[in-house]
Design a protein around this ligand. Structure first.
Ligand code: SAH
Length: 267
């Protein structure tokens, strides 16, 4: 398998991204042969670790490019009161709403929620955590990270923290677009507030359900420089290697990063 000849843009997501198939492919804790989903588990462990850093708390959190998933909010929701989730694609926002409203047929996140509760010290708190998260997500809105104001025409008050997982590398066709997208989403956070990011490194595509999606090939320094260029100081940055065990992707590592927005515009 190889990367698509033309970078798959947001409209391609709107047309071709199957939320249910994506969840089935990437968000079970183990595959049909019982092999553990190490990619997901590593990311859950990183998120748990990042959200236990000093100062990662506040009133509002914005999740940029949430997709149909909630795993990225499971540790986060313990430290913020209100969450706003943003994504370009209608079907992803609808799939997320389905889980938030506890509708029949929503994806079963319980194994993942239990795993995170175990990481946090008490597996039995899973139902409580689900309820907490369902209550805290106040809005699910459309966004485009390539726009100066990603939620245009809506203007959101700047948040205490923004999180973005596996979105910008999928949304940005080149490094210049990536750098400006980091600036665009960076403006959604208050000075002194935090940016939490999980991105894949050295990936050019991922595939599921017979569809192939492009990915911007990133190195650690490119991500760090983009974040610093957007007016943030990096507080935590960790690369974990990942051995692709299937043909779904050529991803080689994930990068987890926490940065703090500088007080004034001393970029
Ligand atoms: N955060 C989720 C989803 C990642 S998949 C996870 O961790 O699994 C990539 C997501 O980026 C998709 O939901 C897609 O709709 C979204 N996306 C693609 N282009 C975008 C753009 N220009 N603006 C906002 N979101 C975009």
């Amino acid at each position: 398998m190889a990367a698509p000849a033309v970078f798959t843009d947001a409209e391609f997501y709107q047309q071709s991204f199957d939320s249910r198939e994506y969840l089935k492919e990437f968000y079970n804790l183990s595959d049909s042969q019982g092999r553990p989903n190490t990619f997901l588990m590593q990311n859950l462990r990183s998120l748990c670790k990042m959200f236990s850093l000093d100062g990662l708390k506040g009133n509002t959190l914005i999740d940029v490019g949430c997709g149909p998933t909630i795993y990225q909010l499971l540790s986060a929701c313990e430290h913020f009161q209100e969450i706003i989730a943003l994504d370009y694609t209608d079907q992803n926002r609808q799939e997320l709403e389905k889980w938030l409203k506890n509708e029949p047929g929503a994806f079963d996140w319980r194994p993942v929620v239990k795993y995170v509760c175990e990481l946090e010290g008490d597996r039995e708190k899973w139902a409580e955590k689900e309820e907490k998260l369902r209550k805290k997500v106040k809005q699910v809105l459309k966004c485009d990270v390539t726009k100066a104001n990603p939620t245009d025409p809506v203007s959101l008050p700047p948040a205490d923290c923004i999180i973005s997982t596996l979105c910008l590398e999928a949304a940005c066709k080149d490094l210049a677009t990536f750098r400006s997208a980091v600036r665009n989403i960076g403006a959604l956070v208050k000075p002194g507030g935090h940016l939490v990011m999980v991105t894949v490194l050295r990936e050019t595509y991922y595939a599921f359900n017979k569809q192939v999606f492009s990915c911007l090939h990133l190195e650690r320094n490119m991500v760090e420089e983009a974040v610093e260029g957007a007016g943030f100081d990096v507080r935590f940055c960790e690369v974990q290697s990942y051995l692709p065990d299937n043909v779904c992707t050529d991803c080689e590592a994930t990068l987890s990063l926490v940065a703090r927005r500088r007080a004034s515009n001393t970029e």
